[in-house]
Design a protein around this ligand. Structure first.
Ligand SMILES: CCC[C@@H]1OCC(CO)=C1C(=O)O
Length: 215
C-alpha cells in the first residue's frame, strides 16, 4: 500500500473507555503488570525454560495460585510478555509520526527510538529473547519481524514516491535489510555488552544503511 496508513499491528488502539473508576479492575490490572514485569526480568535473565512460575510468584511476593489466577500457565505469561513487547511499537510510531518528518527520516527515527527500548525496556528485552526461544514455547506467539518489515517497506515506498530513495533501491529489499541489520545489531550488543552500547552500535549501522539508500 501507499504506506500512509500504518499496518494493523502498528495502529494505536483507543484505550477502552470505562464508565467510571473500577477499583477492583484497577487492582487486577496493577497486579498483572507487576507479575508481567517480574516474569520479563526472569525470562530476560534465564530464558523461558529455566524460569518457573514459582520464581515469578516469589519475586512479587505472591503465591503460585495467585499468579495462576491471572496467567493460567507459564506459556500464557510468555504470550503476554511478547504481546506487551509488540504493544510498545504503535506508541513509538505515533510519537515519531507526530513530529511530521518525511517517510525516510521517520523510518530512521523509529529504529533509533526502538534501540532505546531495547536498551532500557525489560519487556522488550524479554519479548525478544522469547521470540528466539519460540521452538521451546508451546503457545501461539506472533510471527516476529514481519510487522516491522511491512511498516518500513511502506515508509520506504512513500520515500520512493517522493524521490527520497536512491534510484534502484527496492523498498521491500531495503526494509528486509534494515530489519535484519537491526535484529543482528541488537543481538550482538546483547551478547557482548548486555545491550549497553546498542544505541551507538545501531547509530553506526544506520548511518551506513540510510546513507546507502537515501537519494
Ligand atoms: C526491528 C527489528 C525486528 C525486531 O527486533 C527484535 C524483534 C523481536 O522479535 C523484532 C521483531 O519481532 O520485529
Amino acid at each position: 500500500g501507499s504506506g500512509a496508513e500504518p499496518p494493523g499491528p502498528f495502529r494505536v488502539r483507543p484505550i477502552a473507555t470505562r464508565r467510571g473508576p473500577d477499583p477492583k479492575q484497577d487492582r487486577a490490572a496493577r497486579t498483572r503488570l507487576l507479575v508481567l514485569t517480574a516474569a520479563a526480568e526472569l525470562f530476560t535473565a534465564r530464558g523461558f525454560r529455566h524460569t518457573s512460575v514459582q520464581e515469578v510468584a516469589d519475586r512479587v511476593g505472591m503465591t503460585k495460585g495467585a499468579v495462576y489466577f491471572h496467567y493460567p500457565t507459564k506459556e500464557a505469561l510468555a504470550v503476554a510478555v511478547v504481546e506487551q513487547h509488540y504493544a510498545r511499537w504503535p506508541l513509538l510510531l505515533a510519537a515519531v509520526t507526530a513530529e511530521g518528518h518525511g517517510p525516510l527520516e521517520t523510518a530512521e527515527r523509529l529504529l533509533a527510538g526502538a534501540t532505546l527500548a531495547f536498551r532500557d525496556d525489560i519487556v522488550v528485552q524479554a519479548g525478544t529473547r522469547l521470540q528466539v526461544e519460540r521452538p521451546q514455547i508451546d503457545a501461539e506467539l506472533p510471527t516476529p519481524y514481519v510487522d516491522w518489515t511491512e511498516l518500513l517497506a511502506g515508509l520506504l515506498s512513500r520515500a520512493e514516491a517522493l524521490g527520497e530513495l536512491r534510484a534502484g533501491v527496492r523498498p521491500g529489499a531495503a526494509a528486509r535489510s534494515l530489519v535484519a541489520a537491526f535484529f543482528g545489531t541488537q543481538h550482538i550488543s546483547d551478547v557482548l555488552r548486555e545491550r549497553a552500547d546498542v544505541v551507538e552500535r545501531w547509530a553506526e549501522t544506520a548511518e551506513l544503511l540510510f546513507g546507502a539508500i537515501r537519494a
